[in-house]
Design a protein around this ligand. Sequence first.
Ligand code: SF4
Length: 352
Amino acid sequence: MLIVHMLAPIHVIRVLVVSSQAGLIEIYVSTMLFEYVQAQLRMLKIIESRWSGMCTSPIGGTVNVKKFASSSGTIWKYVFEFEGAIAEAVLYRYNKFEERTVICCSVQSGCPVGCTFCGTGKSFIRNLTCDEIVSQINHIIYDNQLNIKETKKFQIMFMSMGEPMLNWPVVGAAIITFRSMYPQHVDLLVSTVGIRDEEVWGKLVELSKEIPTLGLQFSIHQAYEVERDRLIPYENKYSLREIRDKAIEWHMVTGRRVYLNYCVSKTNSDLFTMERLKDIFPKDICHFTFSVICEKDKGVCSTHNIERVNGIIEDFQEEGYEVSLFNPDGQDDIGAGCGQLWYVQDYLENKV
Ligand code: SF4
């Protein structure tokens, strides 16, 4: 028999164990350990009860894998052909793999959101299964013999092909799978345009509470609704102010900053537009990531306006925002941005 007493406010609990041989045994256990065990049990409960899309095998049914290396020697794009679908994932090395490694993976084959700048957005084949999502990462880890435990910063981002909120709960199951495979060592990031689905949003918030290394990013790209609707024509999405409110809600329950992804072009980066962006999104809860637009046409240079991007970063930093630059290397030679690769675009067009 086990009796547990919390001796609040002291940070230990008294556990009384009645043994037939030794009689009553008193054990004192740190509440930190107790909380850790509780958290693990909560995680198991989530896996058991909520995630019907849970992976059966972390090495899914990959049929054919192609690898493209950028001239920088630090970025590789992988293309996976699964049964009747294609997926792409990108591996980034910052100095050494042990310093910082980032892997972006696909959650859908093609994408129904239809962003006008994205080669993926013209076609949608199907949702990827949890196995297919997890196997992209596992293949890359195996192919490069990555030592996750020895890596200072290892990040997995759900931000290549597809919209994570449109493939929930499968993406949730993949997140839990990664978390249980690599506890504490991996930072995870869900990147969404902000699909208007309160049920999925609630589950995403709940999972973010459970997993302290799970981050959230909204793709913004425009500071005015009309322009944003033109660029991201998917109708059923949150407005910019609703995204701001969701960001505040998420920040309140997790204590973490929300990332805002903004691809800078000639038409969305004038002074007034940038001021409007600052008016909408508060600096104490947001972290802006500025990047260049991933051009879907192979001949069009993505990185021509990198100086403009750097100027915006400086300006936002001076105003007290947390800001970073998304590394544009690899976009002009291997199409490292989502759906940029012609091989993938051809596959999607022929398949649909
Ligand atoms: S940018 Fe992302 S959300 Fe938009 S169409 Fe491409 S994959 Fe989908």
